[in-house]
Design a protein around this ligand. Sequence first.
Ligand code: ADP
Length: 199
Amino acid sequence: MTLIVGLTGGIASGKSTISAYYQSLNLPVIDADLEARLAVQTGELAFEKIVGHFGSTILQNDGGINRKKLGEIVFANEEERKALNNIVHPEVRKRMGEKQKKAIEAGAKLLILDIPLLFENKLHEGCDKTILVYVEEEIQIKRLMKRNKLTLEEAVARIQAQMPLKEKCALADELIDNNGSIDDARMQAKSILQKWHVV
Ligand code: ADP
């Protein structure tokens, strides 16, 4: 039996920090953001469909997708954002599904799915357990401003565009309180898996 664990957070809550920690322990992690980047690489089906829909002006000199330009188009236009998601999401789900199948077939005890929009996209329904990396908004704003070099207003706008972390708390099986040090968060991350007898 493979325990499928959904790992999520909010922007700058520390999800990637915990995901990297789990990977450093050699635990199997499927990273949704990474799969999304791989899915739109030159020659992939989603790449062809994106060029078909948005035109070759979204390509950069090396033939790859100009992510900044594409981002500007879709963030300014809801219809285009939906169109892009309709192209990319099925491919990401397919890639993740294939990796998940392999891990299960290989008899893995544990598989961690690192997914930013786990609850928003109802992907927690495919998980046995969920873990949320949680921080107070004040700390979240400070870390986001520092990491992404944003002003206070920009950071607040990005946080407010998401489902409030407090709402996600109610949906998760376990919380990692990341208001303290990274070491403290790592210890919590490990003890959750120990409690579930998968490490
Ligand atoms: P997410 O993946 O949820 O967006 P990250 O893991 O990238 O968040 O963390 C956001 C930022 O905060 C990063 O720059 C990270 O290094 C930093 N960070 C994460 N946890 C802590 C912590 N406990 N103390 C200080 N900085 C932290």
